[in-house]
Write a protein that binds this ligand. Structure first.
Ligand code: FAD
Ligand code: NAD
Length: 469
């Protein structure tokens, strides 16, 4: 017996799912969203938002500590800072709570029905939800799987006790004296940097030859250098073997094959995320998979008609803004619009210190694309050391780099590394999405003094017309 019948059922209220449901509601579709935990998903509750809140706390603390140590060149002095980590965590939780309420209000305004419980497919059109008041059967014309991802657990280092995931790290109310981070990717470095700034002695154990292997070395070098300055030990080419016999740290194999013990109050494991499909009843469907992820086409359709998948459950890049863009598109498709994935780029940001932004193609990727399509590329780079705003912020590390076609000057990629460059991602993404040429960027008046002028100057440099270097 069916309890609820609807046009669109969305499973999972993370950024992918809730945006899909809101858009569907706005388009007049009779929409239901099911969520087993809290509205907002990983991003809002244990990911993007809480991590950026704690990164902010750490930045403020470090600034105060530097001033107390007389380390600012502009003569600021304060007494040594003290942090009540419990209060910081409560402040972060307050932001999350406000945003949870915000998502609920937006869904209500779009007339989306929210069902709390664990969803499980019984067939392609029917889902059973285990709610607090018993099972509910929902029948839908279209279903969107937006069940997201969860931290990967290493078999020799299961979560529990001293071994924590990012979720545990964001809830710590006592600062670990020594923190070992396994995995020098996004989460490991964002959170590892924050803990180092707060005063933990941090060691990063990364299996690959360098940290953030996803970004090119020119971009990651300033991050590696700053980690050194913060006293973070980075062990690359190293493998985690398991806890020490007494359970007071981590045994690792270093790059030269030697075994070593790293004592630590906490071991933070951040070696990637896996799709959440357990208990979803996928065995009752016939979906194509891409490893453990759900395979989708350019309309986010799965192998079964009427079933769509969006966000982290569909694989890399596992970014909130990709999930949201997919969600919006699928809602429009279900409403009958002709849509397909046509985005020119998905900007990526690593909120380390300095921050890294990458939109579109890196020079290496652009060269490879050029070899296939028969074009050459040109690049232009502008250092923040020559940017007035960076100087006045006492943040001169880093640069903006533009990658363009040599023949028609079409901008193919823009990258930057530097303090505060995350906010430049919108300009970079817009330029690529609008099909800007170098001349469009150089011909736009960029307000002075701003970090954004670095973008204009990098484009000028690519054209051989740099003004300030
Ligand atoms: P999720 O956000 O994971 O949401 C899925 C939802 O589905 C969850 O609420 C879950 O409870 C629910 N669900 C699962 N199964 C069921 C079921 N059977 N029934 C009902 N409900 C179910 N990305 C960025 O773009 N920028 C960042 O700065 C950033 N920082 C991050 C920091 C950390 C520490 C982490 C862990 C992640 C970060 N991410 C960031 C990644 C980002 O959180 C994810 O890409 C994003 O949350 C994916 O959205 P989603 O909707 O696909 O899934
Ligand atoms: P990641 O893929 O960014 O990094 C994992 C790192 O762990 C890699 O460098 C990998 O080489 C290393 N690794 C893997 N196995 C290892 C092992 N056994 N020992 C040592 N190192 C090992 O994964 P993550 O940091 O867990 O983040 C997961 C996802 O969440 C990311 O892919 C990203 O999409 C998303 N995220 C995004 C942001 C952001 O947008 N700013 C922030 C956090 C997370």
């Amino acid at each position: 017996m069916t309890d609820i019948t609807c046009k669109l059922l969305v499973i999972g209220a993370g950024p992918g799912g809730y945006v899909c449901a809101i858009r569907a509601g706005q388009l007049g579709l009779d929409t239901v969203i099911v969520e087993s935990t809290k509205l907002g998903g990983s991003c809002l509750n244990v990911g993007c938002i809480p991590s950026k809140a704690m990164i902010h706390v750490a930045e403020e603390f470090e600034k105060a500590a530097q001033a107390a140590a007389g380390a600012t060149p502009f003569g600021l002095s304060v007494s040594a800072p003290a942090l009540d980590l419990k209060q910081a965590v409560a402040w972060k939780d307050g932001i999350v709570q406000r945003l949870n309420n915000g998502v609920a209000a937006l869904l209500r305004r779009a007339k989306v029905k929210i069902v709390h419980g664990q969803a499980r497919f019984s067939d392609g059109k029917t889902v059973i939800v285990e709610t607090e008041t018993g099972p509910k059967t929902i029948s839908a014309e279209a279903v969107v799987i937006a069940t997201g991802s969860a931290p990967v657990e290493l078999p020799m280092l299961p979560f529990g006790g001293r071994v924590i995931s990012s979720t545990g790290a964001l809830a710590l109310t006592e600062l670990p004296k020594r923190l070992v981070v396994v995995g020098g990717g996004y989460i490991g470095l964002e959170l590892g940097t924050a803990f180092a700034k707060l005063g933990s002695k941090v060691t990063v154990v990364e299996a690959q030859e360098r940290i953030l292997p996803l970004y090119d070395q020119e971009l990651t070098a300033p991050v590696a250098k700053h980690l050194e300055g913060l006293g973070v030990t980075v062990l690359t080419g190293a493998k985690a073997l398991g806890p020490t016999p007494k359970g007071d740290g981590l045994r690792i194999e270093t790059a030269d094959g030697k075994e070593k013990s790293l004592p630590a109050e906490r071991v933070l494991v951040t070696v990637g995320r896996r799709p959440v499909t357990d208990g979803l009843g996928l065995e009752n469907l016939v979906l194509d998979m891409d490893g453990r992820f759900i395979r989708i086409g350019e309309r986010c359709e799965t192998a079964m008609r009427g079933i769509y998948a969006i966000g982290d459950v569909t694989g890399e890049p596992m970014l909130a803004h990709r999930a949201m863009a997919q969600g919006e598109m699928v809602a429009e498709i279900v409403a009958g619009e002709r849509r397909a994935w046509d985005k020119a780029c998905i900007p990526a940001i690593c909120f380390t210190d300095p921050e890294i932004v990458s939109a579109g193609l890196s020079p290496t990727e652009a060269k490879a694309a050029g070899r296939k399509a028969g074009f050459e590329i040109k690049t232009g780079q502008f250092p923040f050391a020559a940017n007035g705003r960076a100087m006045t912020r006492h943040a001169e590390t880093g640069f903006v780099r533009v990658v363009a076609r040599a023949d028609n000057h079409l901008v193919l990629g823009v990258q930057a590394v530097g303090q505060g460059v995350s906010e430049l991602s919108a300009a970079f993404g817009l330029a690529i999405e609008m099909g800007a040429r170098l001349e469009d960027v150089t011909g736009t008046i960029h307000a002075h003094p701003t970090l954004g002028e670095g973008f204009q100057e990098a484009a000028l440099k690519a054209l051989g017309q740099a003004l300030h270097i």
